[in-house]
Ligand binder design. Structure first.
Ligand code: HEM
Ligand code: HEM
Length: 302
């Protein structure tokens, strides 16, 4: 790997950490009831530098952080293009990422101007998670790839793809729970309204309960695939990723229960959003590392 290529990957890793921090901030904006603290957009009380107190602190910080993300990601795309001028696939991902950020910022504006429609807020979370996956894919595709031949690659890829897809869907479901205010429709844990299966004719109870049940299923599927990787694959990076996914997904489920027990206290639900994003990033890394592709220097078959 050349020096510019290493710089490109480091910069993309920084973009990834910045995005995770932005997702956490976005979640704090909602959890602290700061979503409409700035009544206008793109300015806040007509200014780009409003007084940073109360809810304005969280909401405007989220906007400034998002603005910095656009600049950082644009810089990363330029550096990736310089490091790999022949790789149109990487450049295309960069352009799609920039487009996602523009649409995401417009959606953020729409949440404010239209006063938090559920569908817009939920799409805002889904787009944020999609952008996170794109950044991981770009960084991994600019790297050396799976080092150790075919053995174990498929099992590792399955963990990444199955785990990542389920965590993404579960997270969008979580945003529905949040934005329909179903978070305490089951106010008790581990039972729901004192029963193993609550009365499902109430829509909010149904929305909440399916998130719990599917959450536990997601954990089971991730643990099963992670165990297969640990049993079959010797490649150390794959083993570390499988272990990390298993640990974080269990912590995520526990945080879900604690969030309910703590009546959706801001630190708990914000950590719940952050850990969902961390598992997703780990899954995307796992899937991309184990993606079938020609090794560097290998000539593709005609
Ligand atoms: C200037 C552009 C942006 C504005 C005005 C904005 C605005 C907001 C607002 C008002 C909320 C609270 C929504 C609610 O309570 O329903 C929010 C949440 C959030 N934002 Fe942004 N945002 C912007 C850009 C971004 C970007 C670029 C990302 C990530 C790539 C992002 C990620 C998030 C996330 C993950 C949440 C939490 C969503 C949830 O709780 O379901 N935002 N944003
Ligand atoms: C792998 C499993 C899980 C994942 C990936 C996941 C992910 C998420 C995500 C991303 C959100 C939306 C946060 C936001 O909009 O910013 C959410 C909301 C929520 N989740 Fe989970 N979740 C999981 C399991 C669970 C479990 C087992 C529970 C147990 C009760 C739970 C309880 C909740 C609650 C109550 C909310 C709403 C929080 C609020 O209203 O602020 N989650 N989940």
């Amino acid at each position: 790997m050349t020096g510019t290529s290493r710089t490109a990957r480091r910069l993309l890793f920084f973009v990834l950490l910045w995005t995770l921090a932005l997702l956490l901030l976005g979640s704090v904006v909602h959890a602290t009831n700061s979503s409409l603290a700035c009544p206008d957009w793109p300015t806040c009380f007509g200014s780009m530098m409003p007084e940073m107190t109360g809810g304005v602190f969280w909401e405007h910080l989220h906007r400034l952080w998002a603005g910095a993300l656009v600049l950082l990601f644009a810089a990363a795309v330029v550096v990736v293009k310089r490091a790999h001028p022949e790789r149109q696939d990487l450049f295309r991902l960069g352009v799609v990422g920039l487009a996602l950020l523009v649409v995401q910022s417009l959606l953020g504006g729409a949440t404010v101007l239209y006063q938090l429609p559920d569908a817009v807020s939920t799409s805002h979370l889904a787009m944020a998670f999609a952008f996170l996956v794109l950044v991981v894919a770009m960084r991994e595709r600019a790297g050396p790839g799976w080092p150790a031949g075919e053995r174990g690659r498929r099992a590792t890829r399955r963990l990444g793809v199955a785990g990542g897809s389920l965590v993404f869907l579960q997270s969008v479901g979580g945003a529905v729970v949040r934005h329909t205010d179903a978070g305490v429709a089951c106010p008790d844990v581990p039972l729901c309204l004192g029963r193993l299966v609550p009365p499902l004719e109430y829509p909010l109870v149904l929305i909440h309960f399916q998130h719990r049940v599917l959450g536990v299923l997601v954990v089971v599927v991730v643990l099963w695939h992670a165990a297969r990787v640990l049993a079959r694959v010797q490649e150390p990076v794959a083993r570390r990723l499988a272990t990390a996914m298993a640990v974080v997904v269990v912590a995520q489920m526990l945080l879900g229960f604690v969030s309910v027990a703590q009546r959706l206290g801001a630190p708990w639900v914000s950590a719940h959003t952050l850990l969902a994003a961390v598992v997703l990033a780990l899954a995307a890394t796992t899937a991309e590392r184990a993606r079938a592709r020609p090794q560097l220097g290998e000539v593709p078959a005609p």
